[in-house]
Write a protein that binds this ligand. Sequence first.
Ligand code: CAO
Length: 415
Amino acid sequence: MKALEGVRILDMTHVQSGPTCTQLLAWFGADVLKVERPGVGDATRGQLQDIPDVDSLYFTMLNHNKRSITLNTKSDKGKEIFTKLIEQCDVMVENFAPGALDRMGFSWERIQEINPRMIYASVKGFGPGAYADCKVYENVAQCAGGSASTTGMLGEVPLVTGAQIGDSGTGLHLALGIVTALYHREKSGRGQRVECAMQDGVLNLCRVKLRDQQRLQHGPLREYSQFGEGIDFGEAAPRAGNDSGGGQPGRILKCKGWETDPDAYTYFITQAAVWGNVCDVIGKPDWKEDPGFATPEARLPHLNEVFGAIEDWTMTKTKFEVMEICNKVNIPVGPILSMKEIAEDESLRKTGTVVEVDHPERGPYLSVGNPIKLSDSPSDVERSPLLGEHTDEILKDVVGMSDEEIISAKEEGAV
Ligand code: CAO
């Protein structure tokens, strides 16, 4: 039995943030009914298509293990069916632009009337306040949540990151909120509203930068490279390039082959506890006793010199050799892996972190499996549904409609 078996999710999500959340719940065993507009579906089905007229990888990689029902929730018949679905489900998840479900006639008050045990979960761009009504996409959230202003090289433009912290990050937060509300319902018998703003989710992941903002009031951030370079700090936490976010200085350094391979780099952390090992590995044993280098505090003003010497060594090794040599002596390092290398990584395939899925229209493709592993409830990744693939079975088994009623709803254009 899967961990969330018996939990039924009314999935009104689209694009990325909401679908990430419901995909996770589906991987844990929930029955996720993805409601999509007849003939249209989730807009991502048609976005960034690599094969003409076949559900895009954007869609397939965010909607595994779900069932798809088409339903026009703005038509009278559609609303009637939707009301029955609310009665039969435990959780409703949506990430429409603010107010869309209210405009359909399904406010939180109305949902509670229909099913007091319903948990109603939403992603919005912003929480209550001046921007509450704004539509938001990933990069807007990264900018508004403090990520972009603190990402990138000092003195250069703010950068967004390739990690989808606004969309997938908020989807993760929302999934935790839903599971928590389900647990609470066991005791209270009632559902509740779960809301996650993308700005809040990004800020939660950027909390170390709010930490640094406050530390700035008490002096320069000595572990930032700019400190050693003699560059003054302004009023706001600056972009820190590839400096380590923690108290253990680290940087991205070139490895053998960097001239032609854009990913021939390693991340190298000069963890204080293994400083002696770092000195031995890079051929600077004298630095162990040298007062200018022996302590973390002494090293901070000349990190450029420290990392310059380490890079002289890493450039003589491949990123995997660096990993091999340093791991043996407990120095934390990590190769910069390209997506190509990740896609081909056998160990990630073995753990189910990267999975190959078969799809009736596109054939086999790679996807990311569930990164959360439960020993008693392992996740099997099943392909995403075609648009409306399960409409009839859901109308019959969940809503309780007869064949004649289904035909008539189809004739009306409700499904
Ligand atoms: N039947 C009938 N109508 C439906 C329907 C269905 N099954 N499903 C959706 N609709 C309607 C909605 O009711 C809405 O209609 P109204 O505008 O008349 O109320 C309309 O389809 C489109 O919804 P939308 O405004 O959410 O879609 P959009 O493409 O214009 O905006 C987005 C997309 C993502 C910017 C917006 O949904 C949003 O800000 N969501 C919240 C934040 C979020 O999750 N962002 C992350 C997205 S991933 O990068």
